[in-house]
Design a binder for this molecule. Structure first.
Ligand code: F6P
Length: 410
C-alpha cells in the first residue's frame, strides 16, 4: 500500500477576510484537516490580506487542535484590499507576492466573499499565484451558480457557508420577538444584514415575520404610500394586532426630506472595497409608520447576532463537503477555482458528489431572483420558502392561543 504523503514538503496557507460568519472556523478546520492528510504543512495568515503585508503575520496550524464549531474566525479578519482603492490608492500586491515567496507558500486558500475572493482572483490572473477561493458570507450574495430545483424548474440561487447559521439565528430571534410585540400590540420593524440582497431577510418569515422589504425592490415614493396602506390593513387583520416587518439594512427607501431614494448609513466612511456601513433604516421606517398610520411601531436591529455564536449544523456539514472538493482541486492542481454546491440539497444529502467548482473569474454578486420575492405582497414566495426549508427546516413560531372569555358587568 502506498503511504507517502502526496504533498510532503509543500505549504498551504489559509486566510479569511471580510465580515465574519459562524462558519469560518469550521471551513478553516475542514480545509486544514484535509490538506494535512495530503501532506501539506498548513499555515494560517492573520487578518486576511493584511497578514501578508509588511513582514507578514503567519501562524502554523499543522498539528494544533482547532475548534471548528466556535463561530467567527480564529485567524481574524480585515477588509484589507491589496489592490488600489479610493480609500488606499497604493498597490500593495507586490508585498503579498514577496511574502508568499518568503514564507514559501505553495497554495493559498482564501475564505471570503466577493471582495476577498475578487482580490484572490486578481492574484491568480495577474501573477499566477495558485489560489483556491472558499465561499463565505451571511448575506448569501456571492454567486455560486447553485441550482434550486422547484416544481420541475431549475432556478439559479446562492448557497454560501455562513448563510445557514445566520438564517437560523434570524429565524430564532424573530420567533422570540412576537411575545414582546404582541404584549404591546405594536408593529416591530426588524432590521437584518444584507447590503444588496434580501436572502437573509427572508429567514425572518421562518420565525413568523408577516411582511418583508428587500434591497432588490426600491421603495419609491409611490411604493411607500402603497406600503403604509398595506401595513395598516395587515395589522388590523392580524388576530393579535401585532406585526413584524423584516427589512434588509440596505433597503432603498424614499427620503421625504431630500426627495430622493437612499440608504441609511451608520457611517458613510468607505472601507477598502468601497462599502459604507449600513444601519438604522428600521428606526426610520418605524417612525414613518407611526406617523402615517398612527399605530405604535418600534425598530429593532438584529445587527451582529446572525454573525455570532456557534456554527449551525447545516453549515458544519456544508463546509466539510466543500472542503472535500478542495481536496479534489488540490489533487488535480486546479487553481483559480472555488468549490460550490451544484444544487440545493437538504442536510443529509450534503455530499461531495453534489459539488462542483467554478472559475473565480465567474464570481460576483447575485441578488434575490424576482420570483423569490413578491413585491406586491411584500413577502417571500413559496419558491423561496422551499429553498430555505432545505437549509433551516420548516418555519416555526411560538404561539399563545388563548382566547379569554370577556366579562360583562351584571
Ligand atoms: O460581510 C457582510 C456584512 O455582514 C454585511 O451584511 C454588513 O453590512 C457588514 O458585513 C457589516 O460589517 P462590519 O463588520 O464591518 O460592521
Amino acid at each position: 500500500m502506498r503511504t507517502e504523503k502526496i504533498f510532503a514538503g509543500k505549504t498551504l496557507a489559509i486566510l479569511s477576510g471580510g465580515g465574519d460568519t459562524p462558519a469560518i472556523n469550521s471551513s478553516i478546520e475542514s480545509v486544514r484537516n484535509r490538506a494535512s492528510m495530503l501532506g501539506f504543512k498548513v499555515y494560517g495568515i492573520l487578518r486576511g490580506w493584511k497578514g501578508l503585508l509588511g513582514d507578514g503575520d503567519v501562524v502554523d496550524l499543522t498539528n494544533i487542535p482547532y475548534n471548528g464549531l466556535y463561530g467567527g474566525t480564529a485567524l481574524l479578519s480585515s477588509r484589507t484590499n491589496p489592490f488600489p482603492s479610493k480609500k488606499n490608492t497604493e498597490d500593495r500586491s507586490q508585498q503579498i507576492l514577496r511574502n508568499i515567496e518568503r514564507y514559501k507558500i505553495d497554495v493559498l486558500v482564501t475564505i471570503g466573499g466577493d471582495d476577498t475572493n475578487g482580490a484572490a482572483r486578481q492574484m491568480y490572473e495577474k501573477y499566477g499565484i495558485p489560489v483556491i477561493g472558499f465561499p463565505k458570507t451571511i448575506d448569501n450574495d456571492l454567486r455560486t451558480h447553485t441550482i434550486h430545483r422547484y416544481q420541475g424548474t431549475d432556478n439559479e440561487v446562492v448557497l454560501c457557508p455562513g448563510f445557514a447559521s445566520g438564517a437560523w439565528a434570524i429565524k430564532k430571534m424573530t420567533s422570540k420577538l412576537h411575545t414582546t410585540n404582541e404584549s404591546h400590540q405594536r408593529i416591530m420593524v426588524l432590521e437584518v444584514m444584507g447590503r444588496d440582497a434580501g436572502w437573509l431577510t427572508g429567514s425572518a418569515i421562518f420565525g413568523g415575520a408577516q411582511v418583508a422589504l428587500v434591497p432588490e425592490v426600491e421603495m419609491t415614493r409611490e411604493r411607500k404610500e402603497f406600503f403604509f396602506e398595506f401595513v395598516k390593513e395587515k395589522y388590523m387583520r392580524s388576530p393579535k394586532h401585532s406585526l413584524i416587518i423584516a427589512v434588509s439594512e440596505g433597503v432603498r427607501w424614499w427620503d421625504d426630506e431630500k426627495q430622493e431614494l437612499g440608504m441609511v448609513y451608520a457611517s458613510s466612511d468607505l472601507d477598502e472595497y468601497g462599502h459604507p456601513r449600513f444601519g438604522g433604516v428600521s428606526g426610520v421606517i418605524a417612525s414613518e409608520i407611526s406617523k402615517h398610520i398612527g399605530i405604535e411601531a418600534r425598530g429593532q436591529i438584529s445587527g451582529y447576532i446572525p454573525r455570532s455564536g456557534k456554527c449551525y449544523e447545516y453549515d458544519r456539514r456544508l463546509t466539510s463537503t466543500l472542503a472535500d472538493k478542495v481536496t479534489d482541486l488540490l489533487l488535480r492542481g486546479d487553481y483559480g477555482k472555488m468549490p460550490v454546491m451544484k444544487e440545493i440539497v437538504p442536510y443529509n444529502e450534503l455530499e461531495e458528489y453534489h459539488t462542483t467548482s467554478i472559475d473565480m473569474g465567474n464570481v460576483g454578486n447575485f441578488p434575490l431572483p424576482e420570483d423569490y420575492y413578491n413585491a406586491n405582497e411584500f413577502y417571500f414566495t413559496d419558491k423561496y420558502i422551499d429553498f430555505l426549508t432545505n437549509i433551516i427546516g420548516e418555519p416555526y413560531r411560538m404561539e399563545f392561543d388563548n382566547k379569554f372569555p370577556v366579562v360583562i358587568p351584571q
